[in-house]
Write a protein that binds this ligand. Structure first.
Ligand SMILES: [Fe+2]
Ligand SMILES: [Fe+2]
Length: 307
């Protein structure tokens, strides 16, 4: 490290790092009081039976429990990539991602403690833990086990192929398809525009801030995969076969949220069919941006735009 030492400030990973520093936010600064009030008021206002209240609470509970646990998993599983990456700019970027995943996990944990449980208590339902098995689809557990394995493989065999597999699990599928689909569904259903569903402004605000962070994470993974295929000679079949294995797990996970209700068509907002379609569209769009050498990876705002 001599006098000629300097950072590659024009590198995309450095620019993402700076963007993260400039966009800092605190999950404890989001006001959650209105969410709690609106959830309780909803149960009082609408003429729902106890069973209907329980069902709709469980749909939201399952979505939020899986989100929170997902953020915890990605926080825990990112470190091997930090070991595998070489440049200082990539390392700087990864430190911001690790910090941000921790904040996302913190946000969902706080939401459960300060909104979900108090609202349940107010309507006479007992408190629950987001770690109860019933919130989770088997395919979700499977997906995250495979993601952990793909990340840890980098510690033993840090090859370009294994890096593509790691990014395909982590950045493209878990963050780029599963999480994106969840943000879209939660925002659409709870931003105050859906009839018969409560307005949850704190949740929607937290998700908006999280999406801003996730744009950098997904963009970083997509750029790495694109350059592994176009510059490092990794066969694109590695990407296809990895995604073919795991994308169906995303579809099953999305459907699980509605297992609490007999007929998902009774749910007043955006239901499982539209969400599954959204997940499929996300997958197609990301593939084109990575595989076609002439198509650019979109700018940050576009990467996690909801529509
Ligand atoms: Fe996250
Ligand atoms: Fe992320």
């Amino acid at each position: 490290m001599g006098a000629d030492y300097s950072l590659g400030t024009s590198e995309h990973s450095y620019r993402y790092y700076r963007n993260a520093v400039e966009g800092h936010w605190d999950p404890y600064e989001i006001d959650l009081e209105e969410d709690r009030e609106n959830l309780v008021a909803m149960a009082d206002d609408v003429d729902w039976s106890d069973e209907e209240i329980e069902n709709s609470t469980n749909i939201l509970g399952s979505a939020l429990a899986m989100f929170g646990a997902g953020e915890e998993s990605v926080t825990e599983d990112l470190a091997p990539l930090a070991v595998a990456l070489e440049s200082i700019e990539d390392q700087m970027f990864i430190t911001t991602q690790m910090y941000e995943e921790a904040k996302h996990a913190d946000f969902f944990d706080r939401y459960w403690r300060e909104v979900i449980n108090p609202a349940r208590e107010a309507v006479g339902m007992g408190t629950t833990s987001p770690h109860e098995d019933r919130w989770y689809a088997d395919e979700y557990i499977d997906l995250f086990e495979r993601e952990e394995e793909a990340m840890h493989r980098l510690l033993d065999e840090n090859t370009p192929e294994n890096r593509v597999k790691a990014h395909a699990h982590y950045h493209l599928t878990v963050e780029g398809i599963l999480a994106q689909t969840g943000y879209w569904g939660l925002t659409k259903n709870f931003d105050g525009t859906a009839d018969d569903l409560p307005h949850l402004p704190g949740l929607v605000k937290g998700i908006k801030l999280i999406r801003g962070d996730e744009a950098r994470h997904v963009g970083f993974g997509m750029k790495k995969v694109k350059s592994a295929i176009h510059d490092e000679g990794v066969d694109e079949e590695v990407l296809h076969s990895t995604l073919e294995d795991i994308v169906p797990l995303v579809q099953k996970t999305v459907m699980h949220v509605w297992d609490a209700v007999d007929d998902p068509r009774d749910f007043p907002g955006t239901g499982p069919g539209r969400l599954a379609q959204y997940a499929a569209d996300r997958h197609q769009g990301r593939m084109k941006q990575m595989l076609d050498a002439d198509t650019e990876i979109p700018e940050l705002e576009e990467l996690t735009a909801l529509e």
